[in-house]
Design a binder for this molecule. Structure first.
Ligand SMILES: O=P(O)(O)OC[C@H]1O[C@H](OP(=O)(O)OP(=O)(O)O)[C@H](O)[C@@H]1O
Ligand SMILES: Nc1ncnc2[nH]cnc12
Length: 172
């Protein structure tokens, strides 16, 4: 099964010039979704971690399914003003705009090693912000794992330069 068949590119969304990879067909196809989680699980074995951080919103889907599959804990990196307890915030740029993420200070035991999981790696801005949040909150960044890296934006190389070990299932 070629998982890219289930991640079609939609031209000029959400802005002209962006080829947006839609995860909806993959999620709607049980065997493709299962295969995606199994391939993420295989790459996750390369990391030493006890918890997964999922990034709102598409990172929640893959991160939580992977946490369930691998028997790891799961934590939320949320868009602003969604978390009820004291939180850290980071702002960042991404392929088609800018945004902010927050994590709760008290979510995980201090010092645990956390694997960041998201659907897509484009510029790397989102994962760098997530990594900074984890460090601010006193957690160790085990690395970052994505289903798809968008070519031409050097997200993987950017993460490497920042010292964030990263693996992706697909590149397109
Ligand atoms: O590598 P980057 O350039 O930072 O881009 C990648 C991010 O962009 C998308 O999220 P988006 O902010 O569109 O939010 P969504 O998951 O709620 O759709 C995607 O799910 C990643 O989190
Ligand atoms: N081209 C793209 N497709 C889907 N999600 C993205 N997030 C950032 N860039 C993206």
């Amino acid at each position: 099964m070629n998982l890219l068949d289930y991640l079609p590119g939609v031209p000029d969304f959400p802005r002209p010039g962006i080829l947006f990879r839609d995860i909806s067909p993959l999620l709607a196809h049980p065997a493709a979704f299962k295969e995606a989680i199994l391939q993420l699980e295989a790459l996750a074995r390369e990391f030493d971690y006890s918890h997964i951080l999922g990034i709102e919103s598409r990172g929640f889907i893959f991160g939580s399914a992977l946490a369930h599959q691998t028997h790891k804990g799961f934590a939320l990196a949320r868009k602003p003003n969604k978390l009820p307890l004291a939180s850290h915030r980071e702002s960042y740029g991404l392929e088609y705009g800018s945004d902010s993420l927050e994590i709760q200070q008290s979510t995980l035991p201090q010092g645990v090693r956390v694997l960041i999981v998201d659907d897509v790696l484009a510029t790397g801005g989102t994962i760098i912000a997530a990594s900074q949040l984890l460090q601010k909150a006193g957690f160790e960044v085990a690395g970052a794992l994505t289903l798809l890296e968008i070519t031409g934006l050097n997200g993987g190389a950017t993460l490497n330069q920042k010292g964030i070990a990263n693996r992706t299932v697909l590149v397109a």
